[in-house]
Design a protein around this ligand. Structure first.
Ligand code: HEC
Ligand code: HEC
Length: 265
């Protein structure tokens, strides 16, 4: 009996020793700073621009519309001789400087509609946290203009922080509790890309008959894992649907949306 106990003890020590060694050998795993932290009020302009560039090309979903020429104005290349967005942003609205205009463009996109375009741009607060929005503003400013986003901007608009330094990046604004699918699909920004009864964006498939193409299970999977199971005919837009809805919807809200969509026969 004591032999078995001893074996277990030795094994336990070996395992603990192994992981302790591993943890010390690769300290970068321990000190890795989550993206949200790096964007805190102490972030340098360079760090903001770099983070903003990643958001622009990735999780922000901006390139689903911008840079394709017709759906939305070019931002990082010239648009109609007015320059890239950093050069023209200060001239859009009288008495509104570049920074304020860009922040408004991302948080209240309907406040100013560039002539010749439809008001399809989603409110980015549904998808990005406040410091991510400021990082994106800094990146856009850097395209032909001067970066003047400061720590003050970030702390002025930031929602009160909850959780400690190691909590994961905030998924965006506080969740509302509504279970009304019609409210949910506009509140979560689906309507920026999907149409229902002729209203909404045309980036993704219309939802009018989505229930005849997909089962509830397939719709649920699509919302939670948007990169799976691309809709036929939309291969060009694969990867543009944000992958953050799993964190933005409560389980009950997810089911409300799934049931609603599955019934659109
Ligand atoms: C569903 C399509 C769509 C998505 C996604 C989208 N936009 Fe837009 N955006 C538009 C359209 C259309 C306009 C022009 C109409 C308007 O002013 O709202 C626009 C306008 C803008 C403008 C103002 C440009 C100007 O010349 O004044 C900025 C800045 C901007 N978008 C930034 C972004 C950023 C950054 C993202 C990603 C975080 C993004 N947009 C995602 C469609 C989109
Ligand atoms: C930035 C654009 C964008 C947003 C926002 C977006 N989607 Fe999508 N969605 C797409 C695109 C593009 C496709 C088709 C390509 C694919 O299958 O990946 C798609 C496909 C789907 C499909 C499959 C449709 C079919 O006919 O097969 C469902 C269901 C869906 N989205 C649900 C949602 C829900 C629910 C939301 C909001 C919580 C949402 N989407 C927000 C772009 C978007």
């Amino acid at each position: 009996m004591w032999r078995t106990n001893l074996k277990i003890l030795v094994l336990a020590l070996v395992v603990i020793g192994f992981y302790t060694t591993v943890a010390h050998v690769i300290p970068q795993l321990q000190s890795e700073v989550p993206e949200a932290l790096a964007l805190g009020t102490g972030a340098t302009p360079e760090a903001l621009v770099a983070a903003g560039e990643k958001i622009y090309n990735g999780s922000g979903g901006c390139t689903a519309c911008h840079g394709l020429g017709t759906r939305a104005p070019n931002l990082i290349t010239d648009y109609k001789g007015q320059g890239a967005v950093g050069a023209r942003c200060g001239t859009r609205k009288p008495n509104m400087n570049c920074k304020a205009y860009l922040y408004e463009s991302l948080t209240q996109p309907q406040a100013y509609i560039v002539a010749g375009f439809d008001p399809i741009m989603p409110d980015m607060r549904k998808q990005l946290s406040d410091d991510q929005i400021w990082a994106t503003v800094a990146f856009l400013e850097s395209q032909g203009g001067e970066v003047d986003v400061t720590a003050d901007d970030i702390s002025r608009t930031a929602p009160p922080k909850t959780g400690g330094a190691t909590s994961p990046a905030p998924a965006g604004p506080a969740m509302s509790a509504t279970l009304d699918p019609v409210v949910l699909y506009s509140e979560k920004g689906c309507i920026g890309c999907h149409q229902l009864n002729g209203k909404g964006g045309a980036i993704g498939p219309s939802w009018d008959h989505v229930g005849s193409r997909r089962s509830a299970a397939s719709i649920r999977k699509k919302i939670l894992m948007p990169n799976s199971d691309t809709t036929k005919g939309y291969e060009k837009f694969a990867g543009t649907m944000p992958g953050t809805f799993g964190q933005m919807l409560s389980a009950a809200q997810l089911e409300a949306l799934v049931t609603f969509l599955a019934n659109k026969k």
